[in-house]
Design a protein around this ligand. Structure first.
Ligand SMILES: Nc1ncnc2c1ncn2[C@@H]1O[C@H](COP(=O)(O)OP(=O)(O)OP(=O)(O)O)[C@@H](O)[C@H]1O
Ligand SMILES: [Mg+2]
Length: 327
């Protein structure tokens, strides 16, 4: 079966009448295969997310490469799959003087859908009784939710959301995550972009991370986490200073960790070790080899945030210098 979303060697260069051309995509690969997957499309500002999404939706023509939805070429055949796809790209347009419900009713009429579909999507996005108010009076979060309601009208198999959490406060972002989860739970496949990994990390089952128009990492979140995620290993020992010395000498950065005051076992010092997930087991070995025994051991997984920044950060001047010296 064809992937639900597919980009192969996708390139897009924006030609400028004046100034230099901009290569927004330099050979992007993207694949979303599993129905019901929530695929995070992640990258910093300007990395090419919106450009790729516009190509996927047949809104702009790629310079070269292929973009397909449900196996159909988006550039020539998007209309064949349009009824299976709901999308919001950047700021969705609605009539400001019409209520949220009226805006949705107009859309339903365009799509030739019965008005009960409007009630169905309002139920999903939960405007909490504000659906009768004018769109112009909505907060950003409500506007985003109404836009998603509009995208859900066709009961799409695939929902593409470009930065749905943009500009929302933490509570709004949490609501957006709940909404994404509940839509995915119905079996809808979701491609959701963000420049902030932590905004959507908790809802994604898989992700593609891009930088400068190219993929720097992709796969299931667990696999990405295992490849890049660091963990903090917390060890308890009666010789914390020595443990820090031994671990640091073995190339594992370690430091003191405060115990919550009045906590049990206050006589035992806590040491925190920052290691890649795959190296966690080495911590116990290095300590045991030095005759240090642990009274306590636990692993705290970090978020993927650090890995995201490492993968998508421009090279630091020192790194560039180093390359310059060795080249
Ligand atoms: N219409 C356009 N004309 C010229 N350059 C463009 C155009 N649209 C985007 N670009 C450039 O292409 C690159 C990728 O932009 P794009 O909007 O796809 O990135 P993005 O990942 O969506 O960024 P953001 O997180 O800020 O939304 C940027 O350098 C941008 O300036
Ligand atoms: Mg964008």
């Amino acid at each position: 079966m064809a992937p639900i979303v597919e980009a192969v060697d996708l390139k897009k260069t924006y030609r400028r009448r004046r100034g230099v051309d901009v290569q927004a995509l330099g050979g992007l690969e993207l694949a979303v295969g599993e129905p019901g997957a929530v695929h995070g499309f992640l990258g910093p500002n300007g990395s090419g997310k919106t450009t790729a999404i516009r190509c996927l939706l047949g809104l702009i023509r790629p310079t070269s490469g292929q973009v397909r939805l449900f196996g159909v070429d988006s550039t020539t055949g998007f209309h064949q799959v349009a009824h299976r796809v709901g999308a919001i790209v950047e700021n969705p347009k609605m009539f400001p003087n019409f209520s949220g419900r009226k805006n949705l009713s107009l859309l339903a009429r365009i799509y030739k859908l019965p008005s009960r579909e409007v009630d169905r999507v309002l139920e999903i996005v939960k405007l909490d009784g504000r659906e009768g108010d004018t769109f112009g009076s909505y907060s950003l979060g409500m506007r985003q939710r109404l836009a998603i309601a509009g995208a859900l009208l066709k009961d799409p198999e695939l929902l593409i959301l470009d930065e749905p959490a943009n500009g929302l406060d933490p509570a709004g972002i949490a609501e957006m995550r709940d909404l994404i989860r509940s839509v995915a739970a119905q079996g809808t496949t979701i491609l959701v972009s963000s420049h902030q990994l932590n905004e959507i990390e908790q809802v994604c089952t898989e992700a593609t991370i891009i930088f400068n128009g190219l993929v720097v990492e992709s796969g299931s979140l667990d696999a990405i986490r295992a490849r890049h995620g660091a963990v903090d290993v917390i060890v308890g020992t009666d010789q914390p200073e020595r443990a820090i010395e031994v671990l640091s000498a073995a190339g594992m950065p370690a430091g003191h960790r405060n115990r919550p005051s009045g906590g049990e076992g206050a006589a035992i010092g806590l040491v925190t070790v920052d290691v890649p997930a795959a190296d966690a087991a080495r911590v116990t070995k290095v300590l045991a080899d030095s005759g240090l025994y642990l009274s306590e051991l636990r692993v705290e997984a970090s978020t993927l945030e650090d890995a995201f920044f490492r993968l998508t950060a421009p090279p630091s001047p020192t790194a560039v210098d180093r390359i310059g010296v060795t080249a």
